[in-house]
Design a protein around this ligand. Structure first.
Ligand SMILES: [Zn+2]
Length: 423
């Protein structure tokens, strides 16, 4: 069996350690080819470029790429309803595909032929999966792509897979403890459920289990949950970021500290309104173009917010890192020209333990933007210090309002409410 320390070494592909110049050259080469195919075969892309007055010859370099208007993820539902070739999104005949899934939306997710179609193999290798691992897959194999999509990299690496699917925790525990299962794929919160149930039944997570590597996805991973699982099982827990239509977008390495961008796609961090790329380090919308010809999703605007982490990673991978998903575009507002992200506000308020609950409310009385920060207090608050810290991070000075009584902040209330009236 592979030792835990050996699972942290090496890379799957030489693409992971390419220098920036080669990486950019390869990206452009792939994007140029993709654009030519999409221009020829995807009616959706052709119509989108027509509307912007663009032709193929207008996009001659990576710098021109951002001139192409984005495709919004939420528009896929309506677009796909337009005929058997998914409203012109598909660049091949449906029968040429390997699989067609449906994920919530509902959005259809075509899978083209090819061994590592969704591009997760480098991510699973970085997470510590190795040849001859026995891996329990707890994502669903039914209709949604998760199970089959995340099984591909395991087959590539040379692992045996138990297609357990979700649920039936007793059966999961039985398989995990009777077979030499060294890998787990699923949601971290579900692995916690399995662990707690096993302990309650008198099992020992190190003696009765052999887990060494887990790849988790599909939910936010709190650091406490990760550390707890790693300590309890004596294993590595790493996460990836991707979507049902895009496949792998980014993934964690042994060093942690962000998620390396996948070599399978081109990722831009863009201003959520103009969709122009932002300077490195700024928070914006994740816009992804996978290098996939059969279903060309050129500049898919995911609605997810992130930023790039600066500096080299000690693991040796050179791909830039995403700082995790910091929120959704739908939960943000542009106030006086500045984007206000709830995750950023949460970061500021974490330094003020007297704040028990908060909510940002944006209005525009008389046509002028006004940003109020509603607070429920559980102690003494230095209001001036809070206003200063807020202004430093978010570049806006909030008006503080104390909530309570009938005006209280309900549990589960949205962190940001935009009540502006335009026009
Ligand atoms: Zn790294």
């Amino acid at each position: 069996m592979t030792l835990l320390s050996e699972r942290m070494n090496g890379h799957w592909s030489e693409l992971e350690t390419q220098d920036g110049e080669r990486r950019a050259a390869r990206a452009w080469e792939r994007l140029e080819r993709l654009l030519e195919t999409a221009w020829e075969h995807s009616a959706e892309l052709r119509a989108r470029m027509d509307r912007a007055g663009l032709t193929l010859s207008d996009i001659g370099s990576l710098d021109d790429w951002a001139r192409i208007p984005v495709l919004r993820k939420k528009d896929l539902v309506t677009l796909q309803a337009g005929g058997p070739r998914l409203g012109g999104l598909l660049a091949c005949e449906p029968g040429e595909l390997a699989r067609i899934y449906q994920s919530p939306g509902p959005i259809l997710d075509p899978e083209g032929p090819g061994a590592d179609y969704w591009g997760w193999t480098e991510a699973f290798h970085a997470a510590g999966f190795r040849r001859r691992d026995v891996v329990q897959m707890t994502f669903s194999y039914h209709l949604t792509p998760a199970g089959l999509m995340l099984e591909q990299p395991l087959r590539e690496i040379g692992c045996a897979v138990i297609p357990a699917g979700p649920g039936n925790t007793d059966k999961q525990i039985e398989l995990l403890t009777t077979l030499p299962v060294t890998g787990f794929v699923g949601m971290a919160s579900y692995l916690r459920v399995i662990a707690d149930k096993a302990v309650a039944r008198g099992l020992d997570l190190r003696r009765d289990f052999r887990l060494q590597a887990a790849f988790v996805a599909a939910e936010r991973l709190p650091e406490g949950l990760r550390r707890g699982l790693e300590a309890d099982f004596g294993m590595l827990v790493r996460q990836g970021y991707g979507t049902a239509e895009l496949g792998c977008v980014a993934y964690e390495c042994p060093a942690l500290g962000g998620m390396h961008l996948s070599s399978r796609c081109h990722v831009e961090i863009c201003d959520p309104q103009t969709h122009r790329p932002l300077p490195p380090g700024e928070t914006g919308e994740v816009v992804v173009t996978p290098f996939v010809d059969v279903y060309p999703l050129v500049r898919l605007a995911t609605g997810d917010l992130s930023r790039l982490v600066a500096g080299a990673c000690p693991c040796g991978r050179t791909a830039p890192r995403l700082a995790g998903i910091l929120g959704r575009v739908d939960d943000t507002a542009k106030v006086k020209g500045q984007f206000v992200y709830p995750a950023q506000v949460a970061g500021v308020l974490a330094g003020f333990p007297a704040v028990a609950a908060w909510q940002v409310v944006v209005t525009n009385p008389g046509g002028r933007d006004r940003l109020a920060l509603r607070l429920r207090l559980a102690g003494e608050l230095d209001r001036e210090a809070l206003a200063r810290a807020f202004q430093e991070a978010i570049k806006l000075r909030p008006e503080l309002e104390i909530a309570g009584g009938a005006e209280d902040i309900e549990p589960g209330a949205p962190p940001l409410v935009d009540r502006r009236i335009f026009g």
